[in-house]
Design a protein around this ligand. Structure first.
Ligand code: ZN
Length: 246
């Protein structure tokens, strides 16, 4: 019964009253079975599973790309450049180091000419600098960063193509597919209070899509960063963007 479609969110939910996990079970009525998510502790919190599942499915529509794939891709690339790799900064640093070595070499040359150092000392310095400069120049010409960028580009295209189908895959998929989608978007537990889902953290790509779809500023220091209100009302009307008003 662990993979019961009626209790598909079991294991992803946390109690809004006491913070402990919710589990799910069925209770038998006279004619029907009724499914609930309920707290594992004695706090007494419970919600009808059908309602919770329904609102969650509607909330998933907020992850539809709606043609904004290119915006999301640009944001991700910017992010990547900023935090993971800065090829331009790296090249600049190498060039500066080469300049320093050349300066050192010319100082040594002057010292040789003013007979402060002898030939042997000069040649030693010269060899050392030349070897270092050659290896740095090789690094500069390798241009590995461009290859990386192409790979990142392709990976992002692939990822976005997959993500594009998530809302559809969620509503049409089997329980295992649905559960793995939930797990990949929400690395932390979700809190459901009967109307709205909240979570502390979201997959970074899903987060961008969510923000774009809700008209939130991408500059995250303007909003209450880590609280996401996956309200079904927003998903249904689709015209209730939580604008910053700033
Ligand atoms: Zn509880």
């Amino acid at each position: 019964m662990l993979s019961d479609e009626n209790l598909l969110l079991r294991g992803f939910l946390v109690c809004p009253e006491c913070g402990r996990n919710l589990t799910g079970s069925a209770s038998k009525g006279r004619t029907n079975r009724y499914y609930y998510y309920h707290c594992v502790s004695s706090c007494g919190f419970r919600q009808k599973a059908e309602l919770a599942n329904d609102i969650f499915e509607k909330s998933m529509r907020q992850f539809a790309l709606n043609g904004s794939a290119q915006i999301v891709k640009r944001l991700l690339l910017d992010n990547y450049k900023k935090f993971v790799k800065n090829p331009f900064g790296e090249k600049k640093q190498i060039a500066q180091e080469i300049d320093k070595l050349n300066a050192r070499l010319s100082v040594a040359c002057n010292k040789l000419l003013s007979e402060i150092i002898d030939d042997e000392e000069y040649l030693e310095i010269k060899d050392e600098c030349k070897t270092r400069i050659e290896s740095l120049e090789e690094q500069l010409s390798k241009d590995g960063s461009d290859t990386d960028k192409i790979n990142i580009d392709k990976s992002l295209d692939r990822a976005l193509k997959y993500i594009e189908n998530i809302p559809k895959m969620y509503s049409e998929g089997e329980i295992n597919t649905r559960r793995s989608i939930i797990g990949s978007i929400f690395p932390e537990k979700l809190e459901f209070d009967g109307k709205t889902y909240r979570t502390a953290r979201m997959n970074v790509i899903a987060n961008y899509i969510f923000q774009i779809n809700n008209g939130l500023p991408q500059n995250k220091n303007r909003t209450n960063e880590n609280q996401f209100h996956l309200s079904c009302l927003v998903a249904e009307t689709g015209i209730e963007p939580v604008t910053s008003g700033l």
